[in-house]
Design a protein around this ligand. Structure first.
Ligand code: IMP
Length: 197
């Protein structure tokens, strides 16, 4: 059986391949496809955007699709950057641009800067959506640490840890992360629905 993971984000693809590795199915990500469609994420929720990604990709390839939409929600910024996490510093910005902008916006607020990552994962087979959500609580810190992961990982410290997310191994991150929780939940729901053979 083949499933498409509707993402071009290299960091996410590495994590999701690992999270789904025990299913024994072939996971195709968007960079593996020559003619991957352009996806316009114009919903105003993580769930809405995850469903747009899944539907656009299913409609093109007619294969079961898994998609996720995720982001960072910072309490002192009223939940921003939220669904705009990827382009917080503007279209075409880098992770470093986003991190710099976030720390700049937080510099006049007292620490701790409580924050959480949210991931909404969906499976879509052309008929029904299966949904699963995961969260990781922690805080934004001003000291960049670690070179692993992606996005806001170097400045995010998970609750109960003395290391930033970018200092954790892939296995350690997947065990506690929003994406790890969402995809484990999705797998549990799918196990009862799908015959992987
Ligand atoms: P998406 O690909 O549209 O879901 O955008 C996700 C964006 O949220 C990424 O580009 C990152 O900026 C941020 N993000 C989501 N998950 C993570 C994570 O696990 N670590 C760091 N940043 C993340």
């Amino acid at each position: 059986m083949k499933i498409i993971f509707a993402s071009g984000n290299k960091g996410k693809i590495v994590e999701v391949r690992k999270l789904l590795s025990d299913l024994g199915i072939e996971i195709i990500a968007l960079p593996d496809l020559e003619d991957a469609p352009e996806i316009i994420e114009d919903a105003d929720t993580f769930e809405g955007n995850a469903k747009i990604k899944a539907k656009v990709v299913f409609d093109k390839y007619k294969l079961p699709v898994i998609a996720d939409d995720s982001g960072l929600s910072v309490e002192q910024l009223g939940g921003a950057p939220g669904i705009y996490s990827a382009r917080f510093a503007g279209e075409g910005c880098t992770y470093e641009d986003n991190n710099r902008k976030l720390l700049e916006e937080l510099k006049n607020y007292p620490e701790p800067h409580r924050a959480k990552f949210i991931c909404h994962a969906v499976f879509y087979d052309g008929k029904d959506f299966v949904n699963s959500v995961g969260e990781l609580k922690g805080e934004i810190v001003h000291e960049y640490r670690g070179i692993r992961g992606f996005g806001y990982d170097p400045i995010f410290r998970p609750e109960g840890y003395d290391r930033n997310l970018a200092e954790l191994t892939l296995e350690e991150k997947n065990k506690i992360s929003h994406r790890g929780k969402a995809f484990r939940g999705l797998k549990e729901k799918l196990e009862s629905l799908i015959d992987y053979n």
